[in-house]
Design a protein around this ligand. Structure first.
Ligand code: 9UX
Length: 70
């Protein structure tokens, strides 16, 4: 069963940014993500063994900022 986590992504300004973030997240085993450029939100489906912090790290490694909901 997958977990869904929303991540706030900062620094995206175009559709290529969106694809970069989605592809970076998808490199994690079992992860798929849809990024909304207008809202700056990534909705991520992932196995429970991948933590929200892992998702934040992946987004940051793609060159963007990331934060979890408060
Ligand atoms: Mo287009 Mo998004 O150059 O960084 S990929 S702004």
């Amino acid at each position: 069963l997958m977990t869904v986590t929303d991540v706030s992504v900062g620094g995206m300004t175009c559709a290529a940014c969106v694809r970069r973030v989605e592809k970076k997240l998808a490199r994690l085993e079992g992860v798929s993500a849809t990024v909304n450029l207008a809202t700056g939100q990534a909705r991520v489906s992932h196995p429970p063994r991948i933590s929200p912090e892992d998702l934040v790290a992946a987004v940051e490694q793609a060159g963007y900022t990331a934060a979890l909901p408060e």
